[in-house]
Design a protein around this ligand. Structure first.
Ligand code: ATP
Ligand code: MG
Ligand code: MG
Length: 533
């Protein structure tokens, strides 16, 4: 039965139309250890986990699909395990495709013997053209004896072997091109990160999946809809090799505007130094978005809300970050920062003599966040932009303090910057009504240990919302995507730790990327909130 896949029942569960779940549900997440997990992988992982562990009392397998030694590394495998744990996903069992290289090899030998596979040395381009046009390879009817001999050469990884591959004998001209004799084994003499130099031949994903899924007891192989055409060949292997039945079940691939979701392309960004690394806050990796300030519950909610829908959409990051804001706003402590390069010194008449400080809540609506020390004095610092907005005798509100009246504004004497405010006199007017003023101003008393901090904001790496098929993505790299500002913050910021999520009043949410230490400013990354600027 074909379910659209995005209807929910009363319990908030998706009606997913999983075939015969009463017979048990075993799903698997099969990442290739060729990069760090990105948000697309997170969707696949969370969905498999949802079906296996939340919707049904089933089993989740994690299988590293490590069949291409040229791309895979232990580093990536370790990172994948960590990132899954971070997302709260715990597989019941972990395996590697490479655990089965011997069995897979034997399956291939059987197929060559039985004439359901053959060795081919047609060059790649010709093979592509022949498959396109439905033309049989000249090797299609070679004898099992010859085929086996070529497979043995491949196994040695010598010059002769490298020229050959093995193809399943499915069809020459099936309208579904995925059925036109797909390649099932390739020769690659490079060392494998787990099996070393034992093997010089590697099975393809198409060949491994049905065999290992059946062997490991997978009941439902979830795949993105672009694999839909390949369901038929999957089922062909199941039938031809007499394997246990496995259902294919498709869900939509997740795409985002102005975002690359391909490990190959992300690897290029890392290697080219366009970003600092896989955990760069501009990267759509699990690590990148976390470093930018995404929280795990928000990620889970966002992805499960997409649900198992089969509609492929180009998602916008705004909803993603708006979901996150819901989680961080109630718990982010409130602090104050002022732009350092252009702050305005301001005299406050009527203020008590320094040193004077009061304890204030870090969050007006959530006591549990804790308290901070707010310093008051006759000299405070303001943002230039705020200072420039003041009119003479205007009544304003100093946040966490009270009202004040602007008594005097001095401008720069330099004719080139005559708008620049260089000094202000305020007169406290604490009996004034804070609800009646238009301007709630952030300020810092100079009478405290101001904490130097860099505030960093980022832009998308890709400059075009949706790249077209024939666009070369490397032509659409935004030239500048990192924006740094020097600021100073209140003394309490010195205590924040890496990873803390806070709000600087009127500046937005930030994640501390580097804690303050003497002689080195803190670094905070602006967390998008879903509002378009
Ligand atoms: P990439 O092109 O980024 O390397 P992949 O599909 O080749 O992606 P795998 O490591 O093989 O990477 O993928 C593991 C699982 O994640 C697969 O089940 C795959 O279908 C799924 N997946 C990959 N990208 C997305 C995406 N954008 N949306 C949903 N699922 C995805
Ligand atoms: Mg893949
Ligand atoms: Mg891919």
């Amino acid at each position: 039965k074909a379910a659209k896949g995005d209807e929910k029942d009363e319990g908030g569960n998706y009606d997913i139309g999983l075939q015969e779940p009463e017979k048990g549900v075993v799903t698997r997440f099969p990442p290739e250890p060729s990069g760090y997990l990105h948000i697309g992988h997170a969707k696949a992982a969370l969905l498999n986990d949802y079906f296996a562990h939340k919707k049904y009392k089933g089993t989740l397998l994690l299988r590293f699909d490590d069949t291409n030694p040229s791309k895979e590394k232990q580093e990536f495998q370790d990172a994948i395990v960590e990132d899954l744990a971070l997302m709260g996903i715990k597989a019941d069992k972990t395996s590697h495709t490479s655990d089965y290289f011997q069995e897979l090899y034997e399956f291939c030998v059987t197929m060559l013997k039985e004439g359901t596979a053959y060795a081919d040395d047609t060059d790649q381009e010709t093979m592509r053209a022949e498959r396109m046009d439905g033309i049989a390879s000249k090797r299609r009817d070679s004898s099992p004896k010859d085929n086996l001999a070529h497979f043995e050469e491949m196994k040695k990884g010598n010059e002769e072997g490298i020229r050959w591959c093995i193809r399943a004998k499915m069809s020459i001209d099936n309208p579904n091109k995925a059925m036109r004799d797909p390649v099932i084994y390739r020769c690659n003499p490079e060392a494998h990160h787990r099996t070393g130099t034992t093997w010089k031949i590697y099975p393809t994903y198409d060949f491994c999946c049905p065999i290992i899924d059946a062997h490991e007891g997978v009941t439902h192989a979830l795949r993105t809809t672009e694999y839909k055409d390949r369901d038929a060949q999957y089922q062909w292997f199941i039938k031809t090799l007499n394997l246990r039945n496995v259902y294919n079940w498709d869900f939509a691939r997740m795409n985002f505007v102005r975002t690359l979701l391909s490990k190959r392309k992300l690897t290029k960004l890392v290697d080219a130094g366009t970003v600092w690394g896989w955990d760069d806050p501009r990267m759509p990796t699990v690590r990148g978005i976390r470093r930018r300030g995404m929280t795990i519950p928000a990620l889970q909610e966002f992805i499960l809300k997409q649900g198992p829908s089969k509609n492929i959409v180009n998602l916008d990051w705004t909803t993603f970050w708006a979901t996150n804001k819901k989680f961080i706003d109630p718990v982010a402590g409130r602090y104050t920062a002022v732009d350092k390069t252009d702050m305005v010194k301001c005299v406050v008449n009527g203020a008590r003599e320094a040193p004077y400080a009061e304890e204030k809540p870090l969050h007006a609506k959530n006591k549990d966040v804790g308290v901070k020390k707010v310093y008051y004095s006759q000299e405070i610092l303001l943002d230039q932009e705020d200072a420039q907005s003041f009119a003479a005798n205007e009544e304003i509100t100093l946040m966490n303090w009270g009202n004040a009246i602007v008594r005097q504004i001095s401008h720069s004497l330099n004719p080139l910057s005559s708008q620049k405010v260089v000094g202000i006199h305020l007169e406290l007017h604490l009996q004034g009504d804070v609800r009646k003023t238009n301007k709630k101003i952030t300020w810092l008393s100079s009478n405290q240990e101001l904490v130097p901090i860099e505030l960093v904001d980022f832009d998308f790496i890709i400059s075009k919302d949706k790249l077209d098929e024939d666009d070369n993505w490397e032509d659409f790299i935004t030239p500048q995507t990192e924006f740094r500002k020097d600021a100073v913050a209140d003394e309490n910021v010195a205590k924040l730790k890496e990873g803390d999520i806070i709000q600087f009043d009127r500046k937005g949410y930030f994640r501390i990327d580097r804690a303050f230490s003497y002689g080195q400013p803190a670094v905070a990354f602006q967390i998008p909130t879903g509002k378009t600027k």
